[in-house]
Design a binder for this molecule. Structure first.
Ligand code: ZN
Ligand code: ZN
Length: 556
């Protein structure tokens, strides 16, 4: 009896080892490998993969490494495990082993007629079942190793991609830092800074709000229309049409790689701000041909606005009052040799600087790189106090600004530290431009001197203003300009050039090397005659008694 039992045990062990090593292990291994490969491999080409999530707000597909890589790895592991489990519990246990234990033929389920055949099959059943289980376990162990290596590789791919993203982003960020790029919206009601503009796909016009190296791709994003959009500023991303992420209005192309310089033109109503701006833009464009300076309108809207403005000036000699609560910045792209700037010129209407509340709403003042202060001397009551009747009539005909320069200056400087921060406020370069020079020259006492406009302002009654300017602004410079500087109906090149100088001077303070285009400071030895700003000025056709051309008037 003992001999029989031990013989049965030996038989079971032999069947166990045979089934496991020569059949079950290889069957399970092949099955698991096939299932893994199918989990990884692409589905039928051309049919959508149900595991890819639908596009969210961003009309780009997630990069393979950021999402589908992990979905694939998980699908593959799960497929292998469930294939082994199903085969073991199904075909091996529920069918083969069960048939054998009940004395049936394992492959067909046919019950053996003879009892000896039934006994033999029953005797072989435990070994077969154990062989199948062990084979499955061994194959699973091998598959665990294979999948560990696969997950490790997936992790390495992911790490490499994330490192690539970090390097690309860092490179873009570094270049932006070196160039001093800080993007801000030029539109009223917004003026907000943003780190990344919205880019529009040139093919289907959908808005990509996250076009930078990241989860949608390191080097490029695949738009839903199938177009590849580069994510790297250095690789040409800035050539795409861009919009402000806050207000969705379009921005000049290249905003992502140019340093922006914000210059508000501050002055009372009818003080000549808009005229000055038109003259400065004309002067900047005029100097394009004569120097390394290149100036162009940043957008078609800017060109149209300027053409409109010049039309008004040519027709009536003066511009309509600046309208609207907050100005849209006039944008110019300025290049000098290899340096580039995006210039935002703000022309707020005079009323917006009447009181504290409306001044605070001029949020663009917060990121000003310099300020042009427009001074209408004729609007100051102290200056006009001793006017004769004729002089008073002249002054009134010149449409003096409202309020006077001192009041405007006080409201503006009162709010400036709150908007820019106290320290930055004092460092802002301030260009003081005295307007309506043609009228001033007709009043004997107010004739504008060729140099030393600052001290001259103090002698004619604006001493408070000059003194306060000296305290508040460390860098300041003065210019004087005729009211007709922008009309362009005569040889006014020198006038426009002088208007442009104020802008160029502030630009030079931002590191653009345009100092050579400016006349020398009168502190340094002056050229004996003429200015450094180009050819000798032709005689201006401004009304007035002055015969000689006006030399440059800039003084520190
Ligand atoms: Zn597209
Ligand atoms: Zn905006």
């Amino acid at each position: 009896m003992g001999g029989l039992i031990s013989a049965a045990l030996w038989l079971t062990v032999a069947v166990w080892a045979g089934v496991c090593l020569f059949r079950a292990f290889w069957e399970f291994l092949a099955l698991a490998l096939r299932a893994s490969a199918q989990g990884l491999g692409p589905r039928t080409p051309g049919t959508p993969d149900p595991r890819i999530p639908p596009l969210g707000a961003e009309p780009a597909q997630r990069a393979y490494w950021s999402e589908l890589l992990w979905v694939d790895a998980y699908t593959s592991t799960r497929a292998a495990a469930s294939a082994v489990r199903h085969r073991l519990l199904g075909r091996w246990m529920a069918v083969t082993a069960r048939r054998m234990f009940t004395g049936r033929q394992p492959s067909t389920g046919y019950r053996f007629d003879h009892w000896i055949a039934r006994s033999v099959v029953r005797l072989l059943a435990p070994g077969t079942a154990l062989g199948a289980i062990t084979g499955a376990l061994l194959a699973s162990a091998v598959m665990v190793l294979v999948h560990l290596v696969m997950w490790l590789l997936a992790g390495l791919v992911w790490l490499a991609a994330v490192a690539g993203v970090a390097v690309l982003r860092g490179a873009d960020r570094g270049v932006a830092l070196v160039r001093g790029v800080r993007m801000k919206c030029p539109y009223p009601g917004c003026y907000r800074p943003f780190p990344l503009a919205v880019h529009r796909c040139p093919g289907c016009r959908t808005a990509h709000r996250e076009l930078r190296p990241g989860r949608f791709g390191a080097l490029w994003h695949l738009c839903s229309c199938g177009r590849r959009l580069t994510t790297v500023s250095l690789a040409g991303r800035d050539r795409l049409p861009v919009e402000c992420p806050h207000c969705d209005r379009s921005l000049p192309s290249g905003i992502g790689r140019l340093r922006t310089v914000h210059i508000p033109v501050v002055g009372g109503t009818s003080s000549g701000k808009t005229m000055l701006m038109a003259a400065a833009v004309a002067g900047l464009h005029a100097s394009t041909g004569r120097s390394a300076l290149k100036v162009e309108f940043a957008t078609a809207d800017d060109r149209r606005d300027m053409v409109d403005l010049n039309g008004q000036l040519k027709q009536s000699g003066r511009v309509r009052k600046t309208q609207g609560g907050q100005p849209r910045a006039l944008m110019l792209r300025i290049s000098h040799r290899r340096s580039h700037r995006l210039l935002y010129l703000y022309d707020p209407m005079g009323e917006s600087l009447y009181d504290v509340d409306s001044t605070r709403r001029q949020e663009y003042l917060a990121h000003a790189d310099g300020v042009i202060l427009v001074v209408d001397v004729l609007a100051d009551p102290r200056v006009r106090r001793s006017f004769s009747a004729d002089e008073e009539a002249l002054a009134r005909a010149a449409n003096p600004s409202e309020p006077g320069p001192w009041e405007t200056y006080q409201t503006f400087t009162g709010e400036l530290p709150g908007l820019t921060g106290r320290r930055r406020g004092t460092r802002l370069p301030l260009a003081v431009v005295v307007t309506k020079r043609d009228v001033l020259d007709r009043i004997e006492r107010l004739r504008v001197p060729a140099t030393g406009i600052g001290p001259w302002l103090a002698t004619i009654g604006l001493d408070r203003l000059v003194r306060d300017l000296g305290h508040r602004f460390r860098t300041r410079r003065y210019w004087a300009l005729s009211a007709y500087a922008a009309t362009g109906t005569g040889p006014l090149v020198s006038e426009q050039q002088r208007a442009a100088e104020a802008v160029l001077w502030i630009l030079s303070r931002t590191g653009l090397r345009v100092g050579k285009l400016l006349p020398e400071d009168s502190e340094s030895p002056r050229a004996p005659s003429g200015s450094a700003a180009g050819p000798p000025s032709p005689s201006p056709s401004v009304p007035g008694p002055r015969e000689a051309p006006v030399q440059d008037r800039s003084t520190p």
